[in-house]
Ligand binder design. Structure first.
Ligand code: SAM
Length: 220
């Protein structure tokens, strides 16, 4: 059966590649990827030489029928988690292909794993919309008893925390910044404490952010 492998790749530290991912990437006919330049760097590090084909969110449905095995990787982390992949998977299934998961890192699970919270449930909102609907979602985060996780860009992280401080001053926030990378950092505080901290430390406004917001009630 022709097979599409959906392969998780590192979110920073290139050592975070599973043995199975390494084997599958070496065995497939071709690797489809979000950006050939990014994936070429990963393959160089892994000492793999494979044909790469670009497939991102604006791509047309690719021709997969010339192949028997394809791996799909996004730029970093797990495809399909705020990343492309869904359209390719749907098309491959329609063509009768097997779709197989080769799980790996994700900023979402990396932050949860070091949160120290016993999270039996949470809501992942991905990237909030930039304009329409943004404030409504932040209010929803404020009102929810459930832990919420968002991906946020360096340009909007302070504004996000300030809005959160307005609607949910008592919430607790854990920020994972640059997880698995050289300047990895975990920041914990209320929304206004963290907004002030980042304002005062411009260097720490750079990089990639994943944010967990939860109720500061030890009984929950
Ligand atoms: N598919 C990826 C995953 O599984 O985590 C996410 C892709 S999404 C386009 C990229 C966003 O994920 C970044 O803007 C940031 O919010 C978050 N992210 C990715 N790598 C990260 C890291 N090393 N540290 C913190 N956040 C990260």
């Amino acid at each position: 059966m022709p097979t599409l492998y959906i392969v998780g790749t590192p979110i920073g530290n290139l050592e975070d590649i599973s043995l199975r991912a390494l084997r599958i990437l070496g065995e497939v006919d071709v690797i489809f990827c979000e950006d050939t330049r990014v994936t070429a760097k990963l393959l160089k590090h892994l000492k793999l030489n494979k044909p790469l084909k670009q497939f991102h969110k604006h791509s047309n449905v690719p021709n997969i029928l010339n192949y028997y095995s394809i791996a799909y990787v996004s730029d970093a982390g797990t495809p399909g988690i705020s990343d492309p992949g869904a359209m390719l998977i749907k098309y491959a299934r329609e063509q009768g292909w097997d779709v197989v998961s080769v799980p790996g890192p994700s900023a979402l699970t990396a932050l949860i794993s070091i949160s120290g919270l016993e999270l039996h449930e949470f809501t992942f909102l991905g990237f909030l919309p930039h304009k329409k609907g943004r404030e409504t979602l932040i209010k929803e985060i404020a009102q929810s008893d459930r832990a919420m996780i968002v991906y946020e860009s360096p340009h909007r992280i302070i504004k996000f925390l300030e809005k959160l401080a307005e609607f949910a001053p008592d919430k607790k926030v854990i920020i994972g910044r640059e997880l698995t990378k050289k300047f990895e950092e975990v920041l914990v505080g209320t929304p206004s404490e963290l907004a002030k901290f980042l304002q005062a430390n411009p260097i720490k406004q750079k990089g990639e952010f994943v944010v967990l917001i939860y109720n500061n009630d030890p009984s929950k």
